[in-house]
Structures are given as structure tokens and as C-alpha cells.
Write a protein that binds this ligand. Structure first.
Ligand SMILES: NC(=O)c1ccc[n+]([C@@H]2O[C@H](COP(=O)([O-])OP(=O)(O)OC[C@H]3O[C@@H](n4cnc5c(N)ncnc54)[C@H](OP(=O)(O)O)[C@@H]3O)[C@@H](O)[C@H]2O)c1
Length: 165
């Protein structure tokens, strides 16, 4: 594979840890695909990058909490001829509180972002990597961002106690 066509794709590159990944990778000479919802913030990170290949940086705005986002992102890379051999699944956010108190649309968006898109990006870019017999994926996550059964049970217990009074 030509090194010139090899990209590191960072999701959630517009701020926080993702921006730090982008700065480090660019300084190490990697060519980057920066992904996030806010194109202005992604472009601002692009300006901050330093390294031999920063001019080739590609910005792709994409809301990974939307259904089908991973497929669209993968297709967009393919259309642009970008070979992604490093995938950093960093974008993530969470709702806090009892699952039974959360808005269903918010839960769906959170699961889409933290689980569905992450898993589909691994699958879609992973199969390309398998074909090329080369690639690396780093998943960044936070276990407590997922409302688990315990939170649900705690919430129910709380509601039941309230009703008994
Ligand atoms: N900070 C911590 O202490 C900590 C601890 C453990 C794990 N983590 C994990 O590390 C990762 C990064 O955390 P962080 O603290 O750097 O977060 P952050 O500062 O809130 O940044 C999150 C990044 O994800 C992007 N993002 C959020 N929702 C998105 C969506 N729907 N579609 C596409 N991009 C989206 C944001 O960009 P846009 O707003 O432009 O979309 C932003 O670039 C997360 O997965 C988090 O769970 C963080």
C-alpha cells in the first residue's frame, strides 16, 4: 500500500481527547481524517495540526448518533479514495441518571453513538483492513456511559419505595 494514501481516522476529533489524538498523529507524520458533528471546530483543529502531511487532512462532518451514520462515513471515505488503516473510535457521550428517567430518543442517540456506530465502524473499516492484511483500531470508551440493568433496578426500587409510603 502506498503510504501517501494511508489515513488515520479519528472520530470526535473536534475537541477533548480526540483533538489530542489528532495533534499527536499529525506530529508523527500521519495523514488524518477528522470526524465530528461540528465542521467549524474540525476545521479549527485542522489549522492547529503540525506535521509533514497536514495539507492532506480531510474533514468529514458526521453525526454518529444518527442511524446509518457509520455506513455513510465509510462510504464517504471510499468515495474520496481514502484508505483508512488506523481507526480511532473516540467520539462518545452519555446521559446520566436512571434509565427509567431518561428520554427514549436520548437513549437511542447515546446507544447509536457509543455502541452501534462504534461497532459498525469496526466492522466496515475492519473488513477493509483484513483485505489489506494491515490495520489498527483503538476504541475509546467509558463503561459508565451506558445505562445498565443495575441503574434500571435501582430506579425501580426507588419508585416502588416512593409508592409504598
Ligand atoms: N474525559 C474523560 O475523563 C473520559 C474518561 C473516560 C472515557 N472517556 C471517553 O473518551 C472519549 C472522548 O472523551 P472527551 O472527554 O474527549 O469528550 P469531549 O471533550 O466531550 O469530546 C467528544 C468528542 O466527540 C464528538 N462527538 C460527540 N457526539 C458526537 C456525535 N453524535 N457524532 C460525532 N461526534 C460526536 C465531539 O465533537 P462534536 O461536538 O463536533 O460532534 C467531540 O469532538 C469519549 O468516548 C469518552 O467516553 C473520557
Amino acid at each position: 500500500m502506498e503510504q501517501s494514501r494511508s489515513y488515520a481516522l479519528v472520530t470526535g476529533a473536534s475537541g477533548g481527547i480526540g483533538r489530542e489524538f489528532a495533534l499527536l498523529l499529525a506530529a508523527a507524520g500521519r495523514t488524518l481524517v477528522l470526524v465530528g458533528r461540528n465542521s467549524g471546530r474540525l476545521e479549527a483543529v485542522k489549522v492547529e495540526l503540525a506535521g509533514p502531511r497536514v495539507a492532506e487532512t480531510v474533514v468529514i462532518p458526521c453525526d454518529l448518533s444518527e442511524p446509518g451514520a457509520a455506513t455513510r462515513l465509510h462510504a464517504s471515505c471510499a468515495k474520496k479514495g481514502l484508505v483508512v488503516d488506523t481507526l480511532i473510535n473516540n467520539a462518545g457521550s452519555g446521559l446520566f441518571g436512571h434509565a427509567i428517567d431518561l428520554d427514549p430518543q436520548g437513549i437511542e442517540a447515546m446507544v447509536n453513538l457509543n455502541i452501534t456506530s462504534l461497532t459498525n465502524l469496526c466492522s466496515l473499516f475492519g473488513r477493509d483492513m483484513r483485505k489489506r492484511s494491515f490495520g489498527e483500531i483503538l476504541n475509546v470508551g467509558y463503561q459508565r456511559l451506558l445505562p445498565d440493568a443495575r441503574l434500571c433496578q435501582d430506579g425501580l426500587r426507588h419508585q416502588c419505595r416512593h409508592r409504598e409510603r
